[in-house]
Design a protein around this ligand. Structure first.
Ligand code: ADP
Length: 164
């Protein structure tokens, strides 16, 4: 069975990677797909986010990295996927994810949304908190894969985003 794990991945964190590794053990193929137009003023381009995910998941044979725009339900259908995988951290994720899951169910009743609880170590972790921390020169070791840490530092140096 094929599953799709969608997100902005700006950038991928160890919390994402934890979900990817666990979901890849359940499904025959996991397609991790990057929103093409993350309306969040992303730090990394779509190509960079895809590249970073490819490097960080190179050790998992049944994971494929892709990107998409438009309707997620449509995309999942085109990929032959019957399941959407979502990670849940705190209660704060619930409202939005609940709404999305119901809407996607309405759009495509055949498609299931499967929620995976965050790994305990990663419950506080989000891409935005990592970017903020890195921007202030904080230590991001253990929060993101090594290739992401390296690119994050380079990008922050280059863009002068670094604060303080
Ligand atoms: P963020 O919310 O960090 O900007 P994304 O939009 O890239 O992340 O999230 C993609 C998916 O990954 C969502 O389902 C989100 O709930 C999940 N996710 C993000 N961070 C974690 C984490 N630390 N643990 C578990 N799931 C996570």
């Amino acid at each position: 069975m094929i599953a799709v794990y969608p997100g902005s991945f700006d950038p991928a964190t160890n919390g994402h990677l934890d979900i990817i590794e666990r979901a890849a053990r359940i499904f025959d193929q996991l397609i991790v797909t990057v929103f093409r137009n993350a309306g969040k003023n992303p730090l990394f381009t779509m190509e960079e986010r895809v590249e970073l995910l490819r490097e960080a998941t190179a050790h998992i044979p049944n994971v494929r990295i892709d990107s998409f725009g438009g309707l997620l339900t449509q995309y999942a259908k085109e990929q032959g996927a019957r399941v959407l995988v979502k990670g849940l951290r705190a209660v704060s994720d619930f409202d939005y994810e609940f709404q999305m899951a119901l809407m996607n169910k309405k759009l495509d009743p055949e498609l299931e949304t499967l929620f995976m609880m965050t790994g305990q170590k990663y419950s506080y972790l989000s891409s935005s908190i990592v970017k903020e921390l890195a921007g202030f020169g904080g230590c991001i070791e253990g929060l993101v894969p090594p290739n992401v840490a390296k690119r994050l530092m380079e990008t922050i140096e280059k863009s002068g985003v670094r604060k303080g």
